[in-house]
Design a protein around this ligand. Structure first.
Ligand code: URA
Length: 208
């Protein structure tokens, strides 16, 4: 599991425990998703390349460093949407590309229903955002789409992963690192992560 990164940060653990609680209302749930996404992306972007730039401080001229890489956020609709806002606060110039996949309730396989990626990649790093890495079907399908598009550097950022989802990603795309707040026990017979937090989309959008 060398490319699976589970956040060691106490703030992440604290916020995740609030997020999991069934009594957490949608407004608070959305706020926590936003904050957790920012904390996890901080960890997922530690290796971004920078380039030197000459600047003037009020005191003198000096060399500083700015980001060299263009970042694309790829939230998996709809649960991934809530993660974008928190990350945008840290990286306001990140491009956001939407890929819509829904999980067929019978087969539990992802079905693509929306994809507006331009013909050529416009970013150097793609961060796939989905709070729940459950069967891994949507994440694997999204990486397939991004690789076909020509994306070279892809990372997955989620909140909770099931071992089954990690296994699926690692066998299909061992080159894609996974950043999560926690790895839970397993999936149940309905494809939900146990103990998990329920349906991350419903809980954000108040449709539970
Ligand atoms: N999607 C969710 O929102 N929750 C799960 O537990 C699994 C998939």
């Amino acid at each position: 599991m060398s490319n699976v990164h589970v956040s060691p940060h106490p703030l992440v653990a604290h916020k995740l425990s609030l997020l999991r609680q069934a009594s957490t209302e949608p407004k608070k749930f959305r706020q926590l998703i936003k904050e957790l996404a920012a904390l996890l992306v901080y960890e997922a972007t530690l290796d971004l390349a920078t380039e030197p730039v000459e600047i003037e401080t009020p005191i003198m001229r000096t060399t500083a460093y700015r980001l060299q890489e263009k970042i694309g956020l790829v939230p998996i609709l709809r649960a991934g949407l809530g993660m974008v806002e928190g990350i945008w606060e840290l990286m306001p110039s990140a491009e956001v590309w939407h890929i819509g996949l829904y999980r067929d309730e019978r087969t539990l396989k992802p079905v693509e229903y929306y994809n507006k990626l331009p013909t050529e990649p416009t970013v150097s790093v793609c961060l796939i955002l989905d709070p729940m890495l459950a069967t891994g079907g949507s994440a694997v399908a999204t990486v397939d789409i991004l690789k076909r598009w020509g994306a070279k550097k892809i990372k997955f950022v989620g909140l909770i992963a099931a071992p089954e989802g990690i296994q699926a990603m690692q066998s299909a795309h061992p080159d894609v690192p996974i950043y999560v707040a926690h790895i839970d026990e397993r999936l149940n017979e309905h494809g939900y992560i146990v103990p998990g937090l329920g349906d991350a989309g419903d809980r954000q959008f108040g449709t539970a």
